[in-house]
Design a protein around this ligand. Structure first.
Ligand code: PTJ
Length: 249
């Protein structure tokens, strides 16, 4: 048994949650590996929300509030780690929730739908509705719901794969991602990248949405326009370098 005093306690608890989600047919086998990569980057950023992640979260909240047709895309890792929080965020934004899987199987879609519905989701897209292929992508992951991602102006895609993120941008979407790796293609290509663990980023996003909802459109636009994703990613990389120099445990 891992004691709460263990320095990696929270990280190990999350790992156990992912193993459980894999056994329950929610997470793909590659999702476990992706989580391990995330763990390594989380360790390097200090396992806490950085100042620059806070700035990106604020800009993401502003963009999502301003959106005319916001959509939150859910994959296995997101459902396993933050189903309740994603559903809560979705309700605050009056957004659409769509299941989009890289390693798609009818069984996993069914299981993820159940997790989201149990977390309180009233409508889940990505199941039976008509789909449209995202230009520039091939295969099952190119399909997106006609009344979901296809119609969106702003899309939140946590832990997205690089090809899909790039294709969404080329299709004119404003793409917000959450990814612990500032070097990933998704991080580099997205309109706004939150370099933080999904389990910290979504609750912070909910708090920011609540705060910013009182602001005018002009103020919100100014927050989005003054955000520079490349500069923010650079800050995350500098944080990692600093931590590598000074880290003790
Ligand atoms: O559920 P599916 O079938 O859609 O598959 C989802 C995965 C994540 C397996 C798929 O999209 C994939 O292969 O993703 P990648 O290309 O491995 O990218 C995952 C990214 O998420 C990596 O850059 C990881 O560092 C990052 N990551 C992993 N865990 C977390 C994370 N970022 C934020 N929070 C995490 N908890």
């Amino acid at each position: 048994m891992v004691l709460p005093s263990h320095p990696r306690y929270e990280s190990l608890m999350l790992r156990a949650k992912m193993v459980e989600a894999y056994k329950n047919g929610i997470l793909s086998d590659s999702g476990l590996i992706a989580h391990g990569r995330g763990e390594a980057f989380d360790y390097l950023i200090g396992e806490k929300t950085s100042l620059n992640a806070g700035k990106a979260t604020q800009a993401a909240a502003a963009a999502l509030i301003l959106a005319e047709y916001p959509v939150i895309s859910v994959n296995g890792n997101t459902a396993a780690l933050a189903a309740h929080e994603i559903v809560e965020l979705n309700k605050r934004l009056n957004a659409k929730l769509e299941i989009n899987l890289f390693y798609s199987t009818p069984e996993r879609i069914k299981n993820i739908r159940k997790v989201l519905e149990e977390a309180g989701a009233l409508e889940v897209l990505g199941l039976e509705e008509e789909t449209v292929s995202i230009t520039g992508l091939k295969g099952p992951r190119s399909e997106s719901s006609k009344i979901g991602v296809h119609q969106s102006d702003v899309v939140l895609v946590p832990l997205e794969d690089g090809d899909r993120a790039e294709a969404l941008i080329s299709n004119g979407k404003f793409v917000i991602t959450i990814d612990l790796n500032p070097l990933s293609r998704t991080s580099q290509k997205a309109s706004i990248t939150i370099i933080d663990n999904l389990v910290r980023a979504i609750p912070h996003l909910i708090i920011e949405v609540d705060k910013l909802k009182k602001m005018s459109k002009i103020e919100l636009r100014s927050i989005v326009n003054s955000f520079d994703n490349q500069l923010n990613l650079q800050d995350s990389m500098e944080l990692i370098v600093q931590n590598l120099i000074t880290k003790e445990d």
